[in-house]
Ligand binder design. Structure first.
Ligand code: BGC
Length: 394
C-alpha cells in the first residue's frame, strides 16, 4: 500500500473487521437458527455448535483486532441471550456485551454494535417472527433495553443486519428460516422489518449516548444486460430500494457487498464465462464496492456511507489481499468524488459459521482451529492492519 498517500482517507475513517453473534459465539440454543439447523429437511449442511467459542473467547478476539492495528470492531448482540423469553431480561448477557464494548474502548477500538444480525429468539419465531403483528414493537423494546444498558459505550449502532436478506432468503428462496416461498408473505415481512428499523432508531436515539445509528443492507452491483433492464429494476426495487427508503433520516447507511449480479431478459444470469468464482459461487468482483457505495449515496441523496461488510471466501489468502486492494481503490475513487465514506469493515475477523453453508466458506482474516479454537492470523490479517496503520489508525 506504499503507493497510497497517507492522507487518502479522511481522519477518523473506521478501519475495522466484523463478526456476528450466531456465527462466532457458539451455543446460541434459544434462537430460530439453532432450531433451523437441527430441523429435518432444511438445507443446513451442519449445525453451528460451539462456533468459534467467542462467547468465552471474546477478549482474545477484541485484542486480536486491536493488535492488528485496526481502530474499530463490529459485532452483534444476540437478542435470544438478552431476552430469552418474552420480557425476561438477562442482566448477565447485557453485562457481557457491556464488558465487550468497554474493552474495545480500552484498546482504542470503536465498538460498532449491530442490534440484530439475522437470528431472532425462539419465542418470537413461535409467534410468527417478523410476521407477528407485534414483532417490530418487540424488536424496538429490545433495542430500548440494550440502548439503555449499553448506549454510553456504543460507538456506532446498526439496527438490523441486512433485513433484505432475511426477507429474500427466508420468504422467497426458502433457505433461511422460516424457509417459505411466498411473495405476499415476503412483502409483509419487508414492511415489518422496515418498521422495526424505524422504531429501533427512535428508541436508540432516545436513550443514553449520542452515536450514529443506521441500517446495514446487502447490496449488489446489479448490471442489466440488453433486454434485462425491467427485470433488474424490479429485483433491485424489492431487494434494495424499499429498504434504502426506510433509511431516511438515518445517520449513515451500511453498505455490505460481495459481488455483482447480471440480469438478462430471462432474469438472473449466472457467472460470466472467464470471471472466476469464489467459494460462495459469487463472481470475483471487487469493483462491486464502488458501484454500491455510489448507488447508496445517490439513492439516499447524500447519507454518509460505511462499508460495514466486504470480503471474499477463499482459501487462497493472496487472493483475499488482491480483492481487498481493488475494493479499497474503489472506495478511494468514491472519496475523491466527494462521497462521504466513513469506514470499511472486512468480513470477517474469523473463519466462522456461514449459515446454511456451515464452516466450509473461509471469509476470515484469522483461521480458527475447530478442535482447540486457537486463532491463527493469516497473512491478510497483518496486511489489512498495516493498511489501516498507514492511514493513521494508530
Ligand atoms: C452477512 C454475513 C455473512 C456474509 C457472507 C452477509 O450477508 O451479513 O452474516 O456471513 O454476508 O456471506
Amino acid at each position: 500500500m506504499s503507493h497510497v498517500p497517507a492522507d487518502a482517507y479522511p481522519n477518523g475513517f473506521l478501519w475495522g473487521t466484523a463478526t456476528a453473534a450466531h456465527q462466532v459465539e457458539g451455543g446460541n440454543v434459544h434462537n430460530d437458527w439453532w432450531a433451523f439447523e437441527h430441523a429435518p429437511g432444511t438445507p443446513c449442511v451442519e449445525p453451528s455448535g460451539d462456533a468459534c467459542d467467542s462467547w468465552h473467547r471474546w477478549p482474545e478476539d477484541v485484542e486480536l483486532v486491536a493488535s492488528l492495528g485496526l481502530n474499530a470492531y463490529r459485532f452483534s448482540l444476540e437478542w435470544s441471550r438478552i431476552e430469552p423469553e418474552d420480557g425476561e431480561w438477562s442482566r448477565a448477557a447485557l453485562e457481557h456485551y457491556r464488558r465487550q464494548c468497554a474493552r474495545c474502548h480500552e484498546l482504542g477500538l470503536v465498538p460498532v454494535v449491530t442490534l440484530n444480525h439475522f437470528t431472532i429468539p425462539g419465542w418470537v419465531a413461535a409467534r410468527g417472527g417478523w410476521e407477528w403483528s407485534e414483532g417490530p414493537e418487540r424488536f424496538a423494546r429490545f433495542c430500548r433495553r440494550a440502548g439503555e444498558y449499553l448506549g454510553d459505550l456504543v460507538g456506532w449502532a446498526c439496527t438490523l443486519n441486512e433485513p433484505n436478506v432475511v426477507s429474500m432468503m427466508g420468504y422467497s428462496w426458502g433457505v433461511f428460516p422460516p424457509a417459505v416461498r411466498d411473495a405476499d408473505r415476503r412483502r409483509a415481512v419487508t414492511a415489518a422489518l422496515c418498521r422495526g428499523h424505524v422504531l429501533a432508531v427512535e428508541e436508540l436515539r432516545a436513550g443514553p449516548g449520542a452515536y450514529p445509528v443506521g441500517l446495514t443492507l446487502s447490496m449488489t452491483d446489479y448490471q442489466a444486460m440488453p433486454g434485462g433492464e425491467e427485470d433488474m429494476d424490479g429485483m433491485r426495487r424489492d431487494n434494495e430500494d424499499v429498504f434504502l427508503e426506510a433509511t431516511a433520516g438515518d445517520d449513515f447507511v451500511g453498505v455490505q457487498c460481495y459481488s455483482r449480479l447480471r440480469v438478462g431478459p430471462e432474469g438472473m444470469l449466472g457467472p460470466e464465462p472467464g470471471v472466476p468464482v469464489t467459494q460462495m459461487g459469487y463472481e470475483y468482483w471487487p469493483q462491486a464496492v464502488e458501484a454500491t457505495v455510489r448507488r447508496a449515496w445517490e439513492f439516499t441523496g447524500g447519507t454518509p456511507v460505511v462499508v460495514t461488510e466486504n470480503g471474499i471466501s477463499t482459501s487462497d489468502d493472496t487472493e483475499r489481499i488482491a480483492f481487498v486492494t481493488d475494493a479499497l481503490a474503489g472506495v478511494r475513487r468514491c472519496l475523491a468524488d466527494g462521497i462521504d465514506v466513513r469506514g470499511y469493515f472486512y468480513w470477517s475477523l474469523l473463519d466462522n459459521f456461514e449459515w446454511v453453508l456451515g464452516y466450509r466458506p473461509r471469509f476470515g482474516l484469522v483461521e480458527v482451529d475447530p478442535a482447540t479454537f486457537e486463532r491463527r492470523p493469516k497473512p491478510s490479517a497483518g496486511w489489512f492492519g498495516s493498511v489501516g496503520r498507514s492511514q493513521g489508525t494508530r
